[in-house]
Design a protein around this ligand. Sequence first.
Ligand SMILES: [Zn+2]
Length: 344
Amino acid sequence: MDIERVDIPGNTNVLSSRFGPGAVDGIAREIGRFVVTTMDVPWQQAAPRVGGSPEAVLIADSMEFDAVDRQVAAAPDGDTVLAVGGGRAIDLGKYLAWKKRCRLVSVPTVLSVDAFVTPSAGLRRNHQVEYVGSASPDPLIIDYDLLRTAPAELNIAGVGDLLSIHTATFDWELAEKAGRSEFPFSATDVAKARAVLEDVAASAAQISRCTDIGLRTIVEGYMRVNTICLPADHYRVEEGSEHYLFYELEERLRRPFIHGHIVGLGVFVMSHLQDNAAAEVTDTMRQLSLRFQPADMQLSRDALVSSMMALAGYVREREFWYTVIDERPITRAFVDSITDRLRY
Ligand SMILES: [Zn+2]
């Protein structure tokens, strides 16, 4: 079995890495006394592979500050925090490692969100997300076999925040042309981000089948986006109008979405509003088997229509970054023509 390091120049926020089938096997032998942060299902999958006996196993069942701080206060000391699971388990691990000033080893069991490469932990205060602390995995362990124990559609959803480069970079260029960019514009960063997206599109068939190469392409994509966004201190190349549609929907409907699915829908809608290679990016999403249809996320046509009609007012009220939503009117005719082309 081949375990390899993936080294990408620049600040990836990954201190070291091990990629490969079975990469997590026996990790307990190398990390001293360790505390695990996880959820029930991922820990069932991972525990026999990890080996050893943790000092404690913390379950990430609530991300509210009060609950998390109680868990951290009660946690035993150790040399290492071993974070195993999806976004919540990894965020709890980052927070614990930051608070205890100890080593973090991150083992994502699904690629649906990029928490395993970002520095801060997403906790919640009264259900609103706040990002706190800073932690970098050493190593980040990408075990392809372990990842494939998660539903394929959730690993594929990981491409959502890479596909968003398509619409987000366009938005940033629009903002720059309008003299409304909130940050110093960088054509180099835009080009670097688009190169990530091109590699995702070129590996679409591999990603769709969750092969080793496909899974690696997603993780490398996140690491490369970090090398652009961490020095710039903003995520303008991967967050724009496509995310704003999702924020409006989430606030309106007060329900969670699978991030990559709803962002995919945002890319579909906004690439049309931008008149920005909409057919091509939609074709890529189909090749990726990304579930971006309203039918995939129990989203009604009425809700989507209401959200699109309210969007321009919403982004202005929130003072979000300047995007196509500020520049081109979202007319009832546009909304009808877009919503006609989606499945419910
Ligand atoms: Zn996102």
